[in-house]
Design a protein around this ligand. Sequence first.
Ligand code: MLT
Length: 405
Amino acid sequence: MVKVNENYGKLPGSYLFSEVARRIAAYTAAHPEANIIKLSIGDVTRPLAPAVIEAMHQAVEEMGTFEGFHGYGPEQGYPFLREAIAQFDYRERGVDIKPEEIFVSDGAKSDCGNIGDIFGVDNKVAVCDPVYPVYVDTNAMAGRAGEYQEETGRWSNLIYMPCVEENGFAPVPPKERADIIYLCFPNNPTGSMATREQLQQWVDYANANGSVILYDSAYEAFITGPDIPHSIFEIEGARTCAIEFRSFSKTAGFTGNRCAYTVVPMELERSGVKLNAMWNRRQTTKFNGVPYVVQRGAAAIYTPQGRQQIMESISYYQRNAQVIREGLTQAGLECFGGVNAPYIWLKTPDRMGSWDFFDLVLDRANVAITPGVGFGPSGEGYVRLTAFGDAQATCQAVERIRKML
Ligand code: MLT
């Protein structure tokens, strides 16, 4: 009889956003008249930039000709896109990243999950609490997380780094030695940002301990402050200890288009092996590359028109973040994030439980949000709101929550 991966059996319940969707669907089925405004999953709502559409149209036309047809592309991404990323996302900001260090993929979520393939099962993994659930669940699936403990909502083998109001929702390196460290800035879910000094502490810790930092900067485009690092590679010493994940999803509205990339520097070696070579081996074996048409669309965001157009969408979402933050603060709620990030981390009134507040807001205001505890035990008593909605609907949602209060 075949043996299944028993680690799956240890996973509690369903994936957070599936559970949120299930509850919204159940509520809608029971209240078909309800007009639910969704500020739950961070999915973009603005259409693709005209420059992206034009580039994709052209690429489709090319695909219809013998000369322009593209079959399997390079698994690592087409040179035109890797070169544009190296130039505009890094060199222009004074960071030397080479195209060979960039691996184009179908999503930061997949890469954050798949990167575990190149690490041994015995590594000690450190995660923020609260945290994007993909980091925890994929380590649990791989057998690195140990056992799930119902009472604490934690996995026995993971190191949890509480991100709470007292530390500005940015963790400090743990006393215990961590081999693999997941950091996400701008942070999902709290919307916090780490300073250059804080990131330097992490890089120094990782280099001193032989650890690897897995740095998720999928929300980098939302950084507003001039001195805030956009990339871990702006930090001295990061090339020998960090891997960075970036995505076109939130930057350019590609959630339905699927395109992202991962940077693995050539200098990053562990156990005498270059992780760039290992990731290349993994990708060439298990991944066949992102469609040519999609990569052409992604490359168009680096043209002058493309850049301007995606900035307009980002500003639109940033205005939504401001509306949520200011509107709910005026209503007497405590809000965090939403300045350098598209997420607002809201403290529930009267220490109400996250799921209770989720249900209340869904029922009384017909607004769907995300319960903070779904991101980890330290998220209890918080909820997350996304700024990726339609502007009018966002204003309406804030108004409804204010009235409800
Ligand atoms: C979120 O809501 O946290 C994100 O949309 C999830 C994702 O990007 O996979």
